[in-house]
Every structure is written in structure tokens, then in C-alpha cells.
Design a protein around this ligand. Structure first.
Ligand code: PEP
Ligand code: MN
Length: 263
């Protein structure tokens, strides 16, 4: 179903009227984790005025270490809703546990499946039974073929609103957190009609590299970006080293608008 042979024309996924695909470049931005009211309001206003079209933020966090912050859960979803009411930005948020799906569905405009859940086939089938757009993040050790098979799990249950995301893969390189596989974009464009976006934040792991990787996303033909932004990254509870400040994000958006038709 994801194959270009099945559907030669590119698919556009619409989220609350915002297009992902369609030859435009759509930017999703927001913090790694939803932390508190002040953080969300400040950050959401900042990313909205800089030109982000959707808001990201995790209420359920897939942390490597079980003793670290796991996300605010429903309280986090409520803060996302409040941020949406304030700015109009639709919400992209992760669902990890099938038992949380009904609750997340009440708040999310896009269901994010994280890199670590990309082969949780039970979860993929469940989100496939909904009508919400699904953002599928490639796992750090999944091949492009495996990513496409995960898309099939969602689509074969009836949900065709799938967006693919390259977020860096695990290699021998340690200078960055992951290695952004920019080749994945032209390869996916050859194989599938689904929109493809890039997450430069989790790929780089360091904010200094995020602008260059974001521009690379445009050069290779991606349909957009999902970028971590925090009003004060130095106090962020998760992924402090990779989140952009609001002024950094504003500068990046100005640069992107010079080289692409940013939605
Ligand atoms: C995220 O986007 O919040 C996240 C945890 O990313 P990934 O699943 O790509 O590691
Ligand atoms: Mn993160």
C-alpha cells in the first residue's frame, strides 16, 4: 500500500488543514518533553511566531533509563491542548503504550510512533485502526525496507495517513548522537508515495549541527522537518543538548525560507 507502484502520485497528509507533502516544506517544532505550563506556553508562542505549522511535545517519553523522567502523561496532554488553544497549532505527540491510545487520541492531531516502537506491531495495528495521521519514526537500527513494512502494518488496517521520518541511525560514528541517513529521503521517494520528513535534532544530538542538517533536508527533497525547540534548553529535562533556543529557531526558519517554499 505504501509502494509507489500502487499509487504513482505523491500523497499529501492533511492535519487540521495543514498539508504535509504537496511540494511544500512543513516545519513541526516544540520541546522534547512537555514539562510544565510556563515552558509550553513560552515555547509554543515562540515556535508559532517563527513559522512552525505544528507543535511537537512528548507526554509519554521513551527514555533509555527507567529512573529518569518518563513524561507527564495525561497532565502533559492537557498542557499540549492548552498550547493548541492558544496558538492554533495542531499537536504531534507520541503514543508508546497501546493502553494509552484512547486517551492520546483525545488530544493528538498526529500520533507519533517513536524510533523505539517502530516494530511494535501490536501498536502499529492499533493506530492503523484509527483515522488519525501517524508519524512513523525510523528506528535507529531499522532498514528502509523495515520502515516501509511498518508503514504497511498501519495502512493495511485502513489508515492511509502515514508520514515517514528519518531521525538518524546508529553507526560507528560518535561525534553525533546518530548519523542522519540523508540517503533515506531519495531512496524513500523512489519507493513510496508517502511524505518523508527529517528530524535533525535526534540525528545530531547537538544543537550546533541542527541548522546544517535542516538545510540538507531541503536539498534531498524532504517534505518537512520535526525540530526540538525549548525556551530555555539548558534547563530542559530531556535532550537539553540538542534543543534549539527560540532565537536559534527563528534564525533557522529565516534561512529555510530563503531556500525553499516553507509552508
Ligand atoms: C522524540 O521525538 O521525542 C523521540 C523520542 O524521538 P525518537 O523516537 O526518534 O528517538
Ligand atoms: Mn527528544
Amino acid at each position: 500500500l505504501a509502494s509507489i507502484e500502487n499509487r504513482p502520485e505523491p500523497t499529501t497528509v492533511y492535519v487540521d488543514g495543514v498539508a504535509i507533502g504537496e511540494g511544500k516544506f512543513t516545519v513541526i517544532a516544540g520541546p522534547c518533553s512537555v514539562e510544565n505550563h510556563h515552558q509550553m506556553i513560552t515555547t509554543t508562542k515562540g515556535v508559532k511566531s517563527a513559522g512552525a505549522k505544528l507543535l511537537r511535545g512528548g507526554a509519554y517519553k521513551p527514555r533509555t533509563n527507567p529512573y529518569t523522567f518518563q513524561g507527564l502523561g495525561e497532565e502533559g496532554l492537557k498542557l499540549l491542548k492548552e498550547s493548541k488553544e492558544l496558538t492554533g497549532l495542531p499537536i504531534v505527540t507520541e503514543v508508546m503504550n497501546p493502553k494509552d491510545l484512547d486517551l492520546v487520541l483525545e488530544y493528538a492531531d498526529v500520533l507519533q510512533i517513536g524510533a523505539r516502537s517502530i516494530q511494535n506491531f501490536a501498536l502499529l495495528k492499533l493506530v492503523g485502526q484509527t483515522t488519525k495521521p501517524v508519524l512513523l519514526k525510523r528506528g535507529m537500527s531499522t532498514t528502509i525496507e523495515e520502515l516501509l513494512m511498518s508503514a504497511e502494518y498501519v495502512m493495511s488496517e485502513g489508515n492511509a495517513n502515514v508520514i515517514l521520518c528519518e531521525r538518524g541511525i546508529r553507526t560507528f560514528e560518535t561525534a553525533t548522537r546518530n548519523t542522519l541517513d540523508i540517503s533515506a529521503v531519495p531512496v524513500l521517494k523512489k519507493l513510496t508515495h508517502l511524505p518523508v520528513i527529517i528530524d535533525p535534532s535526534h540525528a545530531a544530538g547537538k544543537r550546533d549541527y541542527v541548522p546544517a542538517l535542516s538545510k540538507a533536508a531541503i536539498a534531498v527533497g524532504a517534505d518537512g522537518l520535526i525540530i526540538e525547540v525549548h525556551y530555555k534548553p539548558e534547563i530542559a529535562i530531556s535532550d537539553a543538548s540538542q534543543q534549539l533556543t527560540i532565537p536559534e529557531f527563528e534564525n533557522l526558519m529565516k534561512d529555510l525560507k530563503k531556500i525553499a517554499q516553507v509552508l
